[in-house]
Design a protein around this ligand. Sequence first.
Ligand code: ATP
Ligand code: MG
Length: 410
Amino acid sequence: MYRLLLVREGEAALKGKNRSSFERRLLDNITMALRPFTEARVYRSDGRVLVDVGGHPWEEIAQAVSRVFGVVSLSPVRVAGHDLEDIENAAVDLMEQVVKKAEAGGGSANQPLTFKVEARRAFKGYPLTSPDISRRLGGAVLARVPGLRVDVHEPQVELAVEVRPEEVYLFAERIPGPGGLPVGVSGRAMLLLSGGIDSPVAGWMTMKRGVQVEAVHFDSYPFTSERSRRKVEQLADILGPFEGGMTLHVVHFTDVQKAIRMHCPEPFYVTIMRRMMVRIAERIAARRRALALVTGESLGQVASQTLESMVAINEVATLPILRPLVAWDKVEIIRLARSIGTYETSIQPYEDCCTIFTPRNPSTRPRLDQVHRAEEKLDVEALTRDAADRVESATFGRNWSPAGSMDGAY
Ligand code: ATP
Ligand code: MG
């Protein structure tokens, strides 16, 4: 019954060159999200971004488009002819659906839903004015759809009516999108992706600012199982549709960990391991022309996430390290992880490289001179090079699929 989706874009404050590259990229990214739907297409018309669903189920297309950054919200559109009776029938039909959905969603059956009609006459040749149209349609809907009441000030539902030269669009339902900037307008970054809760969220937030995110995972097979690697691939599968596919680089980290265990004092294992991760990730970033690293670190969350530790980690980095969660509480991170859809996968109980490598008395506030001494016997250059040269790369989650879907209100 819906032939079109109307897409609202965000960041209206963007100006000049930024704005036009934003708009172009947004359309490209929506086109990419529509890949599985061969008959659907996106286009611009009269300042609106519209998706023609091309006979596919509109709900699935809405789900795919609601994962595109830069989309603030979308609405399924009923299309009617210019004939007033035609418009009235469409309005009644649409509002019946809205009432049905509200009741199904727990709305109280004896509390009427409040609404108003907001008409816009983009086609000035139409014989009725906008207020006339609003009044006529409001009257028709009120007379024919039970469970509604008009409230022009704070309606729960706004029925929008747009009179265009060829036809009339009607829409009321709003499906939230993730907002932010279209992926690709801000360059590329390399996310250190563990199997935990935090790093997938950090990656998602970075994408939201328009960054194409690739991931590096440090795999400790056979200390860790195949399944813990599969879990990280699943996370990339979930994050992928937000950016048209996430490339994951898996680094074999076991030799590095063995060398650390052999040559370094135990309290510094974690700090040195993080420094090695950063060095290796930077090599991969250089190859992929990424301009920053991203981690899921959050200050104070675990004993090793201190400012001192960040100093020790940053010392070996030449690229900026983005830490989007640095000031976030765990509950906030978990809430976002749930709505992105990564949480359930993140809490699967497979061990990761850090849990099997935790010293009994870690140095949580490492001083640089101590770290330098602790690292002295490690052949940093050879270990970094060897690990960075043996990377397995693949792209995950190119397309959104209904199987991996969740509710999604960000
Ligand atoms: P997360 O929930 O993201 O695993 P965490 O709270 O477990 O984070 P740490 O174990 O201290 O925190 O890891 C800090 C950050 O280091 C992670 O957010 C991630 O960016 C990176 N990291 C840790 N382990 C790995 C790994 N095996 N591969 C890639 N990156 C990792
Ligand atoms: Mg972790």
